[in-house]
Every structure is written in structure tokens, then in C-alpha cells.
Design a binder for this molecule. Sequence first.
Ligand code: NAP
Length: 290
Amino acid sequence: MENPRIKIMLLGKSGMLGSCFMDFFVGMVGLNLHAYGHADLDITDAVKLREKFLEIKPDLVINCTAYTAVDDAEKNRDAAFRLNAEAVGNVAKFCKEIDAALIHFSTDYVFDGMKSAGYVEGDAVAPINVYGESKLAGEKLINESMGKYYIVRTSWLFGKNGKNFVDTMLKYGAAAIQNGTEMKVVNDQIGSPTYTHDLVNAVIGQIVEPLEDGKPLPFGIYHLTNSGVCSWYDFAKKIFEIKKMEVKVLPVTTAEFPRPAKRPNFSILLNSKMPAMRSWIEAVETYLNN
Ligand SMILES: NC(=O)c1ccc[n+]([C@@H]2O[C@H](COP(=O)([O-])OP(=O)(O)OC[C@H]3O[C@@H](n4cnc5c(N)ncnc54)[C@H](OP(=O)(O)O)[C@@H]3O)[C@@H](O)[C@H]2O)c1
């Protein structure tokens, strides 16, 4: 993307995924980028949001904002729906008004997790927690409002500038070593960890650049995760192995580790419409060795 003609509006530039887009975009020659963080533009303010869309008139909007606190969403249903559904519906409506394309991110948590073989894009959705319900409501509002959209569902994200499992394990692992204690990690939830760097690289290469070249990928829903599956327990063990940390990790069941929000047992997204990304193990090695 040496000299892109398209004007890109990035929403949520300071979050884990948004800041990764910023890392890729910084330094791209000729980039016509208008990027906003929460403090610059509150996307739940429909009036300001529409004004900004009409002022900038982007060709492409990339929405990285979200209410991502899965457990808190159980008691803050309105806040989760305000951002993940209502505001997303407005983003889609205003995209339609100015004929912009939209890239929006969604989650494995739109599924109930009963299908151990994994989910393809067209599989029936049935969220089991408020966060998943709110994200699904956002997907539906996009679909009802416009046609030029890419909804990219991903799972178990890790990367710089965000709360994520890898950093949490490093913190708790260090404390466990210091205190001589064990760590318990859930072993009956299965999914695919996904590195923000790999996700952004794929989205730019396979969605943004073809759009820029006038050869857009068909619009619709896509699943994009790193390859391979594991449990949170396997993931934790791999993190400690890579960092050579001698942490004693005990596998536990979800029932032994209750949380406010239910989690799907199998939240494996099958990337059936895009080339596979590298394995989650290679990805976590890269993240931890940089
Ligand atoms: N994290 C995961 O494991 C995971 C898994 C699957 C799918 N996803 C999806 O991937 C996408 C990116 O997630 P992420 O982990 O990068 O999220 P994140 O780190 O929580 O970032 C979300 C961003 O949204 C901003 N934001 C919150 N309220 C806003 C508002 N009213 N107006 C404008 N901005 C607002 C936040 O800013 P403040 O912090 O300043 O409020 C934050 O920068 C989301 O769609 C998420 O649902 C994430």
C-alpha cells in the first residue's frame, strides 16, 4: 500500500487491536488516515459521530472499539449494548450514508461452544453471555443497515497495549514463583489464540489492499485466528515454557473456577474463506521474544 487513494477512518486507535493497526499504518507512505481514540470521539454520541463521518467522508471505516469486559458485561448490559450494538448500528448507518466500506471485529463468543469441530462463518449463532449477545446484536445491525461490510470474527486476542491472557499469565506466574505457590488454569475451554499483529497483517493484506486496488474481497463475515487449538491450560504451559519460567500449573475445570459470564467450551473459529494464518505457538513465540 505504497500510495493509497482511499481515505481510512480508524475508530478505537488506542485499544489492543486499534494500536496494532496504528503500528502498521505509521510510516506507510501517502496514507490518508484519520484515527480516533475514545477521548477524541465517543462513538456512542450519534450526533458527533455522524458529523465526523460527514466531515471526513472516509472510503473505509475500521472499527476497533468495543466493550470487551466479558464478566462486567453481565451486570452492565446497557453499557455493553450501547457500544457493541447501538453505536455499531450507527457506524453502519453512517457508512451507508456516505457509501463507505466497513471493517468491524466480532468474536467467537457469538457461538454457544457446543460444536467441538469448530464453527464456519455460516453456522448458527447462539451466544451464552451478555458480551456475546451484544456483539451479535452489532453484527445484525450492520447486516440490516448496509452491504459493504467485512465482519471479522476472531478469538483469544493477545498483543501489545491491552489486557490479555499472555501478559496476565506472566504476571501471575512471576508471583507464583516468588511465593512458591501453584497456579490453576482452566482446561476445558478450547479455542485459538490470535496475535493482533498477525490479524492486522491479514486484514490489511487481504481486505484493505484489495479494496484499495479496486478488487475487493467479497463482502461478508470472515473468521480469522491463528491456526491450531488449545485450552487455556495448554496456552499457559506454552507461555511458561517459552519464557523458561518454572511455574507449577494445575489444570482445572470451568466448574471449579466460576466466573460471572459463562464461556463457550469449544470456541474454535474455522477460517474457511481466507488463507490460514501461522500457528498460535509460533505467534506467541514471536510476541514473547520481541
Ligand atoms: N480481546 C479479545 O480477546 C477479543 C477476542 C475476540 C474478539 N475481540 C474483538 O476484537 C475487537 C478489538 O478488541 P480489543 O481487545 O482490541 O479491545 P480493547 O483493547 O478493549 O479496545 C477497545 C477500545 O474501544 C475504546 N472505546 C470504548 N468505549 C468507546 C467509545 N464510547 N467510543 C470510542 N471508543 C471507545 C476503548 O477506549 P478506552 O479504553 O479509552 O475506553 C479501547 O481503546 C473488538 O471488537 C472485540 O470485541 C476481542
